[in-house]
Design a protein around this ligand. Structure first.
Ligand code: GYE
Length: 323
């Protein structure tokens, strides 16, 4: 499906680049083309993010070469090399993990093509490989999750809180930052006890597996599950029910993303708190790409404003999420 769409996009792109398309008549060679390497389709968040970027590119009349890396770094590196060969105006990518990009990004730099990071960051010693990052403040998301937990423990009068964590993809920015924000915030609270953290890779199936493992090992001593995304949370809930426990009541459930499915489950009371992470980064991305093309300065980091949805608010008033 993606491959087919990519072929169509490539064809349109080729027409634009060779000046044979209608776009050439409208705006001549000022038309902007972005090469976008997306991580994959692992979650509602990711699918919503891809859709938003496609819609915003169309709204701005910006050409988009979209490649889905199916969760593999080597596919992203190959896509970036193709974007360099096509001489796109800017390379956009969401790095699946933080390390291992120096060589390919040096190639982009040598070719004079700016690189915009969306969603996730890279970790490098090299200067000037990327121009800016448009994505959430994951550390703050972890802090907000922990602050909710502390308030919840206060309101329930808990004296000891056993926590299990299901993390996102190891070595990825949201995994590292959400964990750091959460752990730093609970560190000062002597009631909080982390039993274990394991990698659920942002996948529903892994969320279920992790939860089965936790329930076998710790049984009903688990007080809270901190899951790094909605997909893994939704995978974990039936496992809790199969073990004869009620999610949202016997075990406090904290999730991140805020997609519609998780918000519906929050309304049912089976999730207690969902920290928002918006996938709608397309508008900022298009504005930034235009600024770069015009030689204007751009902010090095752009974070969207995010909120917390929880059983502390009137959940029936939450507007449709759109992802
Ligand atoms: O939380 C998860 C997705 O990088 C913020 O990746 C993103 C995360 C998001 O697969 O659902």
């Amino acid at each position: 499906m993606f491959r087919k769409r990519l072929c169509v996009i490539s064809l349109v792109l080729l027409l634009v680049l060779t000046g044979c398309g209608k776009g050439g008549e409208e705006k001549g060679d000022t038309r902007l083309v972005l090469g976008f390497s997306q991580i994959g389709s692992e979650s509602a968040w990711r699918i919503g993010n891809t859709r938003d970027i496609e819609e915003q590119a169309a709204a701005y009349g910006i050409g988009l070469m979209l490649e889905n890396a199916n969760q593999k770094q080597e596919n992203q590196i190959a896509a970036i090399r193709r974007f360099i060969a096509y001489k796109v105006d800017a390379i956009v990518f969401s790095p699946v993990v933080e390390e291992g990009w120096d060589n390919v990004l040096l190639e982009a730099k040598d070719a004079g093509i700016p690189v915009i990071l969306v969603d996730r960051d890279i970790n490098t010693e090299q200067e000037g490989l990327t121009t800016c990052l448009i994505g959430a403040d994951f550390y703050k998301e972890g802090v907000m999750a922990a602050e909710y937990l502390i308030r919840k423990a206060d309101s329930l009068g808990l004296e000891h809180v056993n926590i299990v964590e299901i993390t996102g993809t190891e070595h990825s920015t949201p995994m590292r930052q959400r964990q750091a924000g959460f752990m730093d915030t609970i560190a000062g609270d002597p009631r909080m006890n982390v039993l274990e953290s394991i990698d659920g890779d942002f996948l529903k199936s892994r969320g279920a597996e992790c939860m089965r493992y936790y329930l076998q090992k710790y049984g009903d001593t688990i007080d809270i599950v901190f899951s790094h995304n909605d997909e893994m949370t939704i995978g974990a809930l039936p496992e809790i029910e199969k073990a004869g426990l009620v999610p949202g009541r016997d075990i406090i459930i904290i999730s991140i993303d805020g997609g519609q499915e998780a918000i519906d489950v929050l309304k049912e009371g089976k999730i207690n708190c969902v920290v928002e992470c918006t996938p709608k980064l397309g508008k900022e991305l298009m504005e930034t790409a235009i600024k770069l093309k015009n030689g204007e300065k751009v902010e090095p980091v752009i974070h969207p404003v995010e909120q917390v949805f929880s059983d502390e608010i009137n959940v029936s008033a939450i507007a449709p999420r759109g992802y």
